[in-house]
Design a protein around this ligand. Structure first.
Ligand code: FUB
Length: 450
């Protein structure tokens, strides 16, 4: 009996650490400033961690970032993400002011089998020049998931935020960071000390805040990417050069200002299994307070001349969704112009997610890239609520594509899980369309096939 209980508890713990894909990627806590890296053939994301300001921390501004620690997440398929838990915490780093909640944008890189995690935070003692402010520390691990051991001192000669490390083909490592301007210096082989004087990168916009450098190389072009306030809030811009230290030339915008009006954005670029991805953040779970953010990912494409095609943020995100998982169709790829809308299930606890509302004769919603596998799926389940009663059609690939199931939803005053037969199973990957057949009103939480 005891063993059975223990097994159930372990299963619950495992399940609660698994987060299903779509945007935002992390769906049970706030996360920001994502640095995505591929280590040992697997995608890892190192974000920072926003929390609502604890009431008892009277020294903190209530309208500002509150960031106590870091977690690391990983995924093989970019749909199912595992939270490996906290890796660095403000209370466990000797040089960090543990009352400052200032663990801002981090980075992580591998060298000779060791993982170096770089993070900014407020120092608890002034440096040799009497400066307190932000320092940049390093924590080292044998595995990407940790455990990470923080060094007792921050990197000497660096004051600033948003560290980013790049190792060039010749093995030389560079540290980039922000301090009003974007700075760069070479790193020593040990990855923890500067090997050159910091330089200010020239030719970047002079007006408007710049921060969050992320440098990557593709086909001999070095891309220096930054969030920059050109107008009112940050957008993602990039410059290109033929050397990691520049000179760089501004080349364009990767992502426009947030449609959700999130003041910050923060980016990383990574190639995984042949496809490039942009990781960034928005404030999906906290639309009224943009210092509680959530990380997202979308596919990224280059033009033949190496310039970057602008990325429009999506809700659908990346990765396939298995038809046998709960498909959160409100992370839609497209929807009807009229009669379809999305709302929080519970606006007092936004992490419960969203629902789709279909209302009227031309209402539909589309969710792309659902993997139906090879084995025949016989049933569809829908978590739904329809005060009037309604009929849904599940169609594939086009809004007027083949109907694979018709779901009759009885009148109800609360959520119900309604089942229907899959009449025409089609194997493989398909775009899913949920169409309201009878023009009534229905609220849908998720759809799942069995
Ligand atoms: O997350 C705190 C700060 O906001 C980061 O360090 C910046 O890049 C911006 O995203």
């Amino acid at each position: 009996m005891k063993n059975k209980k223990l097994l159930i508890l372990c299963l619950l713990i495992i399940v609660s650490n698994i987060l299903l894909g779509q945007n935002p990627i992390v769906r049970n806590q706030f996360s920001a400033d994502p640095t995505a890296r591929v280590f040992n053939g697997k995608m890892y994301v190192f974000p920072s961690h926003d929390i609502p300001t604890p009431k008892e921390q009277k020294q903190l501004r209530k309208d500002w970032f509150c960031m106590p620690d870091y977690h690391v997440f990983s995924s093989e398929n970019l749909s199912d993400w595992t939270d490996h838990g906290m890796i660095v915490n403000q209370n466990k780093v000797k040089w960090v002011d543990s009352t400052s909640y200032s663990m801002w944008a981090p980075d992580c890189i591998e060298r000779s089998g060791k993982y170096y995690f770089y993070f900014p935070a407020n120092k608890n003692v002034p440096d040799a020049n009497g400066r307190k402010g932000f320092g940049i520390g390093v924590a080292i691990a044998d595995k990407p998931e940790g455990p990470y051991v923080p060094l007792p001192e921050p990197i000497k000669g660096v004051n600033g935020i948003d560290p980013n490390v790049f190792i060039d083909k010749d093995g030389q490592a560079y540290l980039y960071w922000a301090m009003g301007n974007i700075m760069v210096a070479k790193l020593n082989e040990n990855m923890t000390e500067l090997a050159s004087e910091p330089l200010t990168i020239a030719n970047l916009p002079q007006k408007g805040l710049k921060e969050g450098p992320f440098l990557f190389e593709r086909n001999g072009i070095y891309y220096l990417t930054i969030p920059h306030v050109e107008n009112k809030i940050e957008r993602l811009e990039y410059a290109i050069g033929d050397n990691p230290m520049g000179p760089f030339k501004m080349a364009g915008v990767v992502m426009d200002e947030s449609p959700m009006n999130c003041w910050t954005n923060h980016q990383s670029f990574v190639q995984y299994k042949g496809q490039w991805y942009l990781f960034y953040h928005q404030d999906a779970y906290s639309p009224k307070f943009d210092k509680n953010r959530s990380i997202c990912a979308d596919s990224l494409f280059f033009n033949p001349d190496g310039t970057i095609r602008k990325v429009t943020p999506t809700l659908r995100g990346v990765g396939l969704t298995s038809a046998t998982n709960q498909i959160e169709i409100e992370r839609y790829s497209s929807k009807s112009e009229t009669g379809s809308s999305i709302e929080f299930l519970d606006s007092t606890n936004t992490f419960n997610g969203w629902k789709t509302i279909l209302n009227g004769s031309s209402a539909w919603i589309q969710y792309n890239s659902v993997d139906f596998g090879k084995e025949k799926l016989k049933k569809v389940q829908v978590k739904i609520w329809s005060e009037t009663g309604s009929t849904l059609q599940i169609r594939l690939d086009k809004v007027d594509g083949p109907v694979i199931a018709e779901v009759k939803v009885p009148k109800g005053k609360s959520w119900n899980t309604v089942e229907a037969k899959v009449s025409k199973f089609q194997s493989g990957i398909h775009h899913l369309f949920v169409v309201l057949k009878d023009g009534n009103r229905a609220e849908i939480d998720w759809i799942k096939f069995q």
